[in-house]
Design a protein around this ligand. Sequence first.
Ligand SMILES: Nc1ncnc2c1ncn2[C@@H]1O[C@H](COP(=O)(O)OP(=O)(O)OP(=O)(O)O)[C@@H](O)[C@H]1O
Ligand SMILES: [Mg+2]
Length: 302
Amino acid sequence: MGTVYALASGKGGVGKTTITANLGISLAQRGKKVLLVDADIAMANLSLLLGMHSSPITLHDVLLGESSLQDAIYDGPGGIFFVPSGLSFESYRRVDSARLAGVIASVKDQFDYILLDAPAGIETNVMSALSASDNVLLITMPVSPSIADVLKTKIVAERLGAKPIGIIVNFVRNEKGEVLPEDIMKMLELPIYGLVPYDNDIRKSFMREKIMPTILFKPNSKAVAAINIIAEKLTGVQTTIKIKKKGPITRFLNKLFSIFKRKPKQPLEEKIGKKRVKEKIEESFDEEVLPEINEDNIEMEE
Ligand SMILES: Nc1ncnc2c1ncn2[C@@H]1O[C@H](COP(=O)(O)OP(=O)(O)OP(=O)(O)O)[C@@H](O)[C@H]1O
Ligand SMILES: [Mg+2]
């Protein structure tokens, strides 16, 4: 029985699709049977990155109840199997994404790993992807808005019964002002699975005559090396990720701490620590922003 992983983020454009494609192929190169699913049913682009342009049967047809998932599985590049999302706006408007969990469960025993490229945000389609997964890999950039938003994704995932297992930090440039990995781990209370550097070789995927994930044309690139480490970690190989020791407090935490520093005569405020900061972030969005999760917008597990 395979394990289903959602690759999810709060903010868009943080590298979910890029990492899903390259990580999937990296797992396949390790002898695993891997299915990638474009669960971004509105803004599908995993097909494009995999260099697969037209697929007669898509996830839309499956979620409309018109085809079985089995018929929407295609051979992809690098030894992976792939379910495209569907590009028609008309069919997108009719699909019922709450069916995703049942549909994915129906092929779980055929694969070792099923990776779902989730949409950004916390709307219904994201919740469907999260509730269809066993584990969630949270993807963030090393900057405060991205981290604060992925914390929302983490909370929604937990409410849906999916297990956030780790963080992938993408677009790492090791520049001043980035939140350090150690702080990211503390804020999200999860281990880091990967630190993927900003790498121009990733952008070159789309600049080639034949579009393909970086791992297939530049396997020695820095970003691919980092993604290979994530694949090793997922397959149980002992890996060490070099994480910088905590430096001076980051700008992100400073900003949050400043909320409390407005009352300088209360020294306790100085000692509240990151736990309180995290609570503060949670309070800021909890009831208003998080969507209600119920039978109307999601298929609940029995
Ligand atoms: N490590 C990286 N270095 C350089 N460019 C990157 C890196 N990771 C992703 N990119 C580029 O950033 C852009 C966004 O990446 P991608 O589409 O994977 O993000 P996404 O999270 O799936 O976005 P969306 O939320 O819109 O689905 C792409 O052009 C991709 O090539
Ligand atoms: Mg994407």
